[in-house]
Design a protein around this ligand. Structure first.
Ligand code: HEM
Length: 430
């Protein structure tokens, strides 16, 4: 079961000469529109010719593109630290937790929240999560047009993390979403300094929001939410500091929604650009094992995080390159996921791919905490959406708009639907 495609490289059909490719690599930046546009050509060239490529952007750093090197770097948290975890950095003075924490504290932090995101705990949310998906689709039912990025892809994971986990009241969802997007998706046309200033301001607003929430919980009584849990938790016999609790919040919200939203928005765009992807997914939604494999392959094929940074803490030689303290590395998960040394037919979406040791959720101590949650959200969306929503196309005269930044996805997907009576659910009488 495979779909042959070089995937939505917007550059499809264009041939890049080697000078242009070199220039793209030297200017590689996850915030750059050309990097996004030519990503697959760039990754291939990097993997083949310069696996530890140097980009001169954002003060200069190295980009790792081969599966094996990325895997190895992710498994050396002492030599390659995670603070700061983006290039350029957000500028936060203390690490975001657990993402930017290192050993030995990192493991203690993970233990504090591991239970909430374990397979069993996530499974327990399934019926509530399915209701959420249904609610979101109820709002679309019968309409001629919608923005599927905003109304579906962002709406579901945002609601899952804010409502199910953090207990944030509905009235504040949009405000928090906008602030976090300011942090994560900087303006590609602004300077690093301007973007850093905007990210710091947005981060501060979010921190203040959660600090107020924490105060309220302390005053009015704790609930069953994760913030209440963190406020009462102890590490080595000590309560967490406010900085630590807020550091968790600053990671959980964006990690919890923007990643999954970016993957979902790209998937929903694929359904219009490559209807055969939808055809094949429709075949597996009622087969739990086949659906699990398909979800895994989607995370390999359209991973939403273009790269995560590491910082060299001791002089070393890595993959043939001498590195000094303070050098920065960007681990390009999507390139690892297309490495032919690891994956046969890497540019094909093979829904029943096995084995599938993709790095879409990272690897090593920082491997995604929310992977089970993300899988469940994607699975339920596929089941409910593919049954209920008819085929659609991008609205005439409009276009899908991608965003660059710390995630890559589609921020606007204006579509018009075919007749709702043609959906699978309508055809089968419900
Ligand atoms: C398709 C969706 C998702 C993808 C592709 C994804 C991907 C990743 C990746 C690649 C990392 C590794 C970062 C590193 O090595 O520095 C990571 C870490 C993390 N993810 Fe996810 N993620 C997704 C959804 C989620 C969700 C729903 C949550 C919910 C809370 C979440 C929470 C986290 C956290 C807290 C970390 C940091 C873990 C640590 O440092 O120990 N992610 N994710």
């Amino acid at each position: 079961m495979s779909i042959n495609q070089s995937q939505t490289s917007d550059a499809e059909g264009e041939v890049l000469d080697s000078a242009r490719l070199r220039a793209l690599i030297e200017n590689f930046s996850v915030h750059d529109k050309d990097t996004l546009r030519y990503r697959h050509e760039i990754y291939q060239e990097m993997r083949e010719s310069c696996p530890v490529a140097h980009s001169k952007r954002h003060g200069g750093y190295y980009a790792l593109s081969r599966y094996r090197d990325i895997y190895d770097a992710a498994h050396k948290p002492d030599e390659f630290s995670s603070f700061p975890v983006t290039i350029p950095p957000f500028g936060n003075p203390t690490p975001m937790i657990p993402l930017e924490a290192g050993p030995p504290m990192h493991r203690k932090y993970r233990t504090l929240v591991g239970g909430q995101f374990s397979p069993n705990s996530v499974e327990a949310t399934e019926s509530r999560m399915r209701e959420m998906v249904r609610d979101i689709l109820d709002d679309l039912e019968g309409r001629e047009a919608a923005d599927l990025a905003k109304e579906v892809a962002v709406a579901l994971p945002l609601r899952a993390i804010l409502e199910l986990y953090l207990g944030v009241p509905r009235k504040d969802w949009d405000r928090l979403k906008d602030e976090f997007l300011r942090m994560l998706q900087p303006d590609p046309d602004a300077t690093d300094e301007e973007n850093q200033e905007a990210a710091m301001e947005a981060g501060l607003n979010c921190t203040m929001y959660f600090a107020e929430m924490l105060d309220n919980l302390r005053t009015n009584g704790y609930g069953t939410d994760l913030i209440s849990h963190l406020a009462q938790a102890e590490l080595d016999g000590q309560r967490l500091t406010d900085d630590e609790i807020l550091g968790f919040c600053l990671v959980l919200v964006p990690a919890g929604f923007d990643t999954t939203a970016s993957l979902m928005s790209r998937l929903l765009l694929m359904f219009t650009e490559q209807p055969e992807v939808r055809d094949q997914l429709e075949q597996v939604i009622d087969d739990p094992d086949a659906l699990d494999l398909a979800v895994e392959e989607l995370v390999r094929f359209i991973p939403p995080l273009p790269g995560i940074a590491r910082n060299v803490t001791q002089p070393c030689s890595f993959a043939g390159t001498d590195l000094k303290v303070g050098d920065r590395l960007l681990l390009l998960w999507p390139s690892a996921n297309r490495d032919p040394e690891e994956f046969p037919q890497p540019d094909e979406l093979v829904l029943d791919r096995q084995p599938n040791r993709h790095l879409g959720f990272g690897s090593g101590i920082h491997r995604c905490l929310g992977s089970h949650l993300a899988r469940l959200e994607i699975k339920l969306l596929l089941q409910e959406f593919l049954r209920r929503v008819p085929r659609y196309k991008v609205a005439p005269g409009q276009e899908a708009q991608w965003h660059t930044g710390n995630t890559w996805g589609v921020k606007k997907l204006p579509v018009v639907f075919e007749d709702w009576s043609t959906s699978a659910a309508a055809r089968s009488g419900g």
